[in-house]
Design a binder for this molecule. Structure first.
Ligand code: CUA
Length: 310
């Protein structure tokens, strides 16, 4: 499974944070070594020994006192300047309207592209080289959006939108994770960022704007009918399917094109889709999708239909 590495920045924003973290850590380490070294030296060199007279008493030393006031002051000013510069690079003010709105839910992420109208879940496609203004929201409890290689951490707070800039230097996939405990399946609230060349991103966006694939075989038609007559449509939307326009749960218009299911818990294959539909509460206990006790035949039909939604 792909992992993320906060020490491997892949965007100007993440690099700004890295460029602050490494020098500050070196400065703190040096201070630690110098102070503890001086203490250990003083303990060993000046320890009291039996029979020795008391050491000479010194009332104060102006030069030393000025030095140990000015040096820390300058270090703090330096750290302040570095921090302000990093904040300006990593976290400039938001754009007037967001390019992306990412909403935390128990236990998945809704991803809206307001300009184009694309809606997806858990998998965020972005064009390389372009900073995207991202508004972070939550539908229920506190979540926290974090893709370590690309951007800073930021809380998704119900009723209080927050903001980050999301960008990737080069094409690739980047793993993120909800990093604020939000309930039983907090650990399975992964974020997959897929960065593509702008032309490839546009292609993806055009495909996502299409309505859901119509049923093309007997099995998929039965799967679609099951989707409409079971309670699936009470939570899931599929554009182009009558009655399926509620978005309490992930929009499934193009669920077959996504790489993962259950916010990262399963690779998205037809077999795993069937497994997920069979018993979501076994795979992701506490997720808001209930077990429906579909028959084997129904599972075949429903998973066949959903897998065609490319
Ligand atoms: Cu959402 Cu932790």
């Amino acid at each position: 499974m792909q992992t993320s590495n906060a020490l491997d920045p892949q965007s100007p924003q993440a690099r700004a944070i890295y460029d602050l973290a490494i020098p500050s850590t070196i400065i703190f380490a040096l201070i630690f070594v110098i102070v503890t070294g001086a203490i250990i030296y003083a303990i060993l060199r000046f320890r009291g020994r039996a029979g020795e007279p008391d050491p000479k008493q010194i009332p104060g030393n102006r030069k030393v006192e000025i030095a140990w006031t000015i040096i820390p002051f300058l270090i703090v000013i330096l750290l302040l300047a570095m921090t302000i510069s990093a904040m300006n690079r990593a976290d400039p003010p938001p754009a007037p309207s967001p390019d992306l709105v990412v909403t935390g839910h128990q236990f998945w992420w809704q991803v809206d592209y307001p300009a184009s109208g694309v809606i997806t879940a858990n998998e965020i496609h972005i064009p390389t080289g372009k900073p995207l203004s991202v508004r972070l929201e939550s539908k229920d409890v506190l979540h926290e959006f974090w893709v370590p290689e690309l951007t800073r951490k930021m809380s998704n707070v119900p009723g209080q939108p927050n903001h980050i800039w999301l960008q990737a230097d080069k094409p690739g996939t980047y793993i993120g994770q909800c990093s604020e405990f939000c309930g039983t399946q907090h650990a399975w609230m992964r974020i997959l960022v897929v960065a593509d060349e702008p032309s490839k991103f546009e292609e993806w966006q055009r495909a996502q704007l299409q309505p859901g694939q119509a049923a093309t075989s007997d099995a998929t038609a039965k799967g679609l009918a099951l989707f409409q007559t079971s309670t699936c449509i009470n939570c899931h939307a599929i554009r182009g399917v009558a009655g399926a326009d509620l978005r309490v749960a992930p929009d499934l218009t193009h669920v077959g094109s996504r790489r993962q299911l259950g916010a990262g818990i399963l690779e998205n294959t037809p077999a795993n889709m069937r497994l997920w539909l069979k018993s979501p509460q076994h795979i992701k206990p506490g997720a808001l999708m209930p077990d429906f006790n579909f028959t084997d035949e129904q599972l075949d039909q429903l998973s066949a239909y959903l897998s065609t939604l490319q």
